[in-house]
Design a protein around this ligand. Structure first.
Ligand SMILES: Cc1cc2nc3c(=O)[nH]c(=O)nc-3n(C[C@H](O)[C@H](O)[C@H](O)COP(=O)(O)OP(=O)(O)OC[C@H]3O[C@@H](n4cnc5c(N)ncnc54)[C@H](O)[C@@H]3O)c2cc1C
Length: 378
């Protein structure tokens, strides 16, 4: 995207986040819901399609731009980003890169405009870190498929109009082989979405169990080639990992800013606590780690765009930045003392919200395995 136009997009997103979402964070956390006006304004700003191609109404941002936007979005509750994260990320990218021209024309303009939400349904009870263990199956029946299986923790499932769902099409296959990706309309007979989970943090972002009970799908519902679904899932997740790393940089910036402000103003022993060197150390360590994470994200994004590296960088950035955010959020609570442990105080919410990033889109342990495998590949 033209640099000036991107500057305007970034400025508008930044203003909206800081002026209109931040003041409603506590309400979003308490009500566990994103207000309709915020969804509408996010759609107007193009946020439902920042990573979708311009020809389908998206903003078509490359990875270097994506991470800059993610850092801005990270300043507020992650539930805000989550609302349109699946359209741009894990679900949307599968359609962009592997969808048929008909699938793209039908879904992408609606996703980019925020008229529809797409969810990515891969995880099952015994197939989380190891999605190759999934047992959902899609059985060919003439020119159609019949899909059955149960998915869990599916982000935006209660709002979704369509699922990018993964199921085994070759019953003889094991592991990553014989899995296919499908576009499943949420309203299709046999699709049931459970109530949304009560989570530790990120209230306002909804996840649910999704049951597919003998759902009949036309052959055109297949995304990409039959049996190649695992690769489709992994490619969507790699881009998402770098985006998540950048989001964590933004949230860490916010946590540190809250801690600095508190250290400047709260008093103990007749002095502002920022005058105590042990409090200063908490702030300084966070700043240094944050700077490292930010630099890492920008470098990994440049290499992603050039095609030099789309695996090692995203996994390394996700591992480092999600763990870094955990430490920065923890120190921010520490700087606040007892106040940091009280509901309604921003750093208390950030502490809870931050925990998820080390778990989803590949746990820290899985990122280490991905990184080591790349290193040892030779
Ligand atoms: C809020 C939320 C939103 C989510 N959104 C989505 C979504 O939209 N779509 C979707 O498909 N999924 C989604 N997920 C699922 C998420 O990606 C998984 O929870 C995650 O990958 C971990 O899988 P699991 O929960 O089954 O844990 P497990 O895989 O059972 O992990 C348990 C522990 O074992 C470790 N472990 C597992 N295997 C290994 C190994 N081989 N080596 C070393 N350690 C290992 C893990 O690191 C972890 O510490 C979401 C989850 C949450 C909580």
């Amino acid at each position: 995207m033209d640099a000036d136009v991107f500057g305007q997009v970034l400025g508008a997103a930044r203003d909206f986040v800081r002026k209109e979402v931040v003041p409603r964070e506590a309400e979003i956390d308490e009500r566990d819901e994103i207000p309709a006006e915020i969804r509408e304004k996010a759609a107007e700003l193009g946020l439902f399609g920042w990573a979708l191609p311009e020809e389908y109404g998206g903003l078509g941002l490359g990875m270097a731009e994506d991470v800059r936007l993610a850092i801005e979005l990270g300043w507020t509750t992650p539930a805000f980003r989550s609302l349109f994260g699946t359209n741009n990320g894990i679900a949307g990218q599968a359609i962009v890169h592997h969808g048929t021209p008909e699938q793209r024309t039908h879904w992408l303009p609606r996703l980019a405009a925020g008229q529809a939400i797409a969810s990515f349904a891969l995880t099952e009870a015994e197939a989380g870190s190891d999605p190759g263990g999934l047992t959902s199956r899609a059985v060919r029946d003439g020119d159609r498929y019949r899909l059955s299986g149960t998915k869990r923790f599916i982000t935006n499932a209660p709002l979704a109009e369509v699922f990018v769902a993964f199921a085994r099409t070759d019953p003889e296959s094991r592991g990553s082989h014989g899995i296919s990706a499908f576009l499943v309309p949420a309203g299709a007979p046999g699709v049931t979405v459970g109530p949304h989970d009560a989570k530790m943090g990120q209230a306002g972002a909804w996840t649910s169990e999704v049951v597919f009970d003998d759902v009949e799908l036309a052959g055109e519902a297949l995304i990409g080639e039959e049996g190649k679904g695992f690769g489709i899932a992994m490619a969507s997740l790699a881009r998402g990992r770098l985006h998540i790393a950048a989001l964590c940089v933004g949230l860490a910036e916010r946590a540190l800013a809250e801690a600095v402000e508190y250290a400047r103003t709260a008093r103990q022993g007749g002095r502002v606590i920022g005058e105590y060197q042990l409090v200063q150390a908490l702030l300084a360590e966070s700043h240094a780690e944050l700077a490292a994470g930010r630099a890492m994200v920008h470098e990994a994004a440049a290499k992603y765009d050039s095609g030099e590296d789309r695996r090692l960088g995203p996994s390394s950035a996700k591992l480092f930045c999600t763990e870094m955010l955990g430490r920065v959020a923890d120190r921010a609570v520490q700087v606040h003392g007892g106040t940091g442990y009280v509901r309604g105080v921003t750093v208390e919410r950030i502490y809870r919200d931050a925990r998820l990033f080390r778990i989803y889109e590949g746990t820290s342990e899985i990122q280490k395995l991905v990184i080591a495998r790349q290193l040892l590949k030779g």
